[in-house]
Design a protein around this ligand. Structure first.
Ligand SMILES: Cc1cc2nc3c(=O)[nH]c(=O)nc-3n(C[C@H](O)[C@H](O)[C@H](O)COP(=O)(O)OP(=O)(O)OC[C@H]3O[C@@H](n4cnc5c(N)ncnc54)[C@H](O)[C@@H]3O)c2cc1C
Length: 443
């Protein structure tokens, strides 16, 4: 493994979790973060009387133990919420998920969606083929009506690429698939059942989502903020920082986005550089707004599939925790997607978002904005297309062969939640522990 420190690059949830798990295994390590505060995408910001996250961040737990880790080991108080999610469709708000609440749509649309669903169910009973791409999966699973009125426009707006160019490897329960009985029940009357992995969610009682990374960071010794990595030399196992300092590592966990890691390595096989050029992702403009009046009371978030609004989703921090906005006021976030396939400029996107909000009657002369905060999230969601598996696999294999363990949502280059990022940090720490044991045995 060579001489040097165990380094962790990036102090988002994955990097902090890797460092915490290394430390609890008795492995000294140092974390380097380019920003002045830890947390990565889970940083929160207080402006005036409003606390905003860097876009809506809600905790869902699919594995035993992650919630206990946060509440018991880290001491963060979490509140449990039953989701109140909506879809703005045909000029009204209908309950999420669309496919289980068709009765709330105009009659003609309900009928078209039900007919399409029945036809798709019959087709799939006759022909049990695996769907060729994401668009085909939508039509095979939900039928042409649900595809036309929600699934295709919403997902195209969100992902920014034609859905037939996407594979289905990321789905893993992210889109609820109610049974035929449930879809039909929801087409006649209100479906009481909550569907999907996020039917309930958890959120810190105080401080916004940054309460979680801050609690982790407080328990670490070797965390260096304001240290931007400028170059990586895997052969010499050296990292160069923006302050010209150089650190030698024996093995390392990198949680920077995979395309950034590749860009920072100067001597790289051309096959790996070519693989990195094939990676695709979308970016998110997050507009946070504080207003001195209540809007969207009781709602957690709303999906906007239509092209009449630029944002694909809007959410309400004030309904996640009373600590985030003064009583009677609102703190909301809007999310707008862009990418290489659908470029946008931030200022234009912000202006258009306000206009759309005005069109919805949320913002206007009577309800002005008190504070506003715009974040350009360059790496939003990894796009799973036909090149994804091979390109990602080649880069990760190259890095691991050089004792670098890529981890986290962007290091592992996967559709990861916060829980996944925390667990992936632990996985990376376990891999480092194995590398150390193997190297000790060789000595
Ligand atoms: C719009 C959006 C909404 C989301 N909503 C949810 C949600 O509701 N629920 C949920 O569970 N998950 C959500 N997620 C996912 C969640 O944010 C991530 O899974 C998690 O925060 C990823 O943590 P990470 O440590 O892997 O990456 P990051 O948080 O990106 O951390 C990487 C760190 O590396 C640092 N870094 C980058 N370059 C350098 C450099 N050159 N030198 C040094 N440091 C560097 C960065 O500053 C950052 O701190 C959302 C993601 C997005 C984009």
């Amino acid at each position: 493994m060579g001489k040097g420190k165990i380094c962790v690059l990036g102090a988002g949830l994955a990097g902090l979790s890797a460092a915490w798990h290394l430390s609890t295994n008795g492995i000294d390590n140092e974390v380097f973060e380019k920003e002045t505060t830890p947390g990565g995408l889970c940083r929160s910001k207080t402006i005036g009387h409003f606390t905003f996250d860097c876009d809506g961040h809600l905790l869902n737990f699919r594995r035993e133990g992650t919630r206990q880790f946060i509440t018991e080991r880290l001491g963060v108080e979490l509140d449990r919420h039953t989701r109140s999610a909506w879809i703005h469709s045909h000029g009204r708000y209908i309950r999420y998920p669309f496919q289980a609440n068709l009765s709330e749509l105009p009659r003609r649309i309900t009928r078209e969606c039900v007919e399409g669903f029945i036809n798709a169910s019959e087709r799939s009973r006759r022909d049990r083929r695996e769907s060729a791409n994401f668009e085909a999966w939508i039509i095979d699973t939900f039928g042409s009506g649900i595809a036309k009125y929600f699934m295709v426009p919403y997902n195209t707006k969100f992902w920014t690429v034609p859905l037939r160019k996407m594979c289905c490897g990321w789905l893993d329960g992210f889109i609820p698939v109610p049974s035929a009985k449930e879809v039909l029940r929801g087409a006649h009357s209100r479906n009481r059942k909550q569907f999907g992995y996020n039917a309930v969610f958890w959120y810190p009682r105080r401080g916004g989502i940054s309460a979680v990374p801050e609690a982790l960071a407080r328990r670490l010794n070797g965390l260096h903020a304001g240290k931007e990595v400028l170059a990586i030399n895997p052969r010499r196992k050296e990292i160069v920082f923006s302050d010209s300092a150089t650190v030698r590592y024996s093995s390392a966990v990198f949680t920077l986005p995979l395309p950034e890691i590749v860009r920072l390595i100067k001597e790289l096989p051309s096959s790996i550089r070519r693989a990195a050029e094939k990676l695709r992702w979308n970016s998110i403009i997050n507009v946070n707004i504080g207003m001195d009046r209540m809007c969207w009371p009781g709602m957690h978030w709303v999906y906007f599939p239509g092209s009449e609004t630029s944002f694909f989703r809007a959410g309400c921090y004030h309904n996640f925790s009373a600590s985030l906005a003064p009583e009677g006021s609102s703190s909301i976030y809007l999310e707008i997607s862009y990418s290489r396939a659908k470029p946008l400029n931030v200022r234009g996107a912000y202006r258009r978002a306000l206009k759309d909000l005005e069109g919805l009657g949320i913002y206007g002369r009577e309800s002005p904005i008190s504070v506003c905060d715009v974040n350009d999230i360059q790496y939003g969601y990894v796009i799973y297309d036909k090149n994804y598996d091979r390109a990602r696999g080649a880069i990760i294999e190259y890095l691991q062969a050089h004792d670098i363990i890529p981890a986290g949502r962007y290091g592992s280059w996967r559709y990861f939640s916060m829980e996944d990022a925390i667990c992936d940090g632990k996985r990376a720490a376990d891999m480092i522990a194995r590398l150390i044991r193997a190297s000790d045995r060789k000595r």
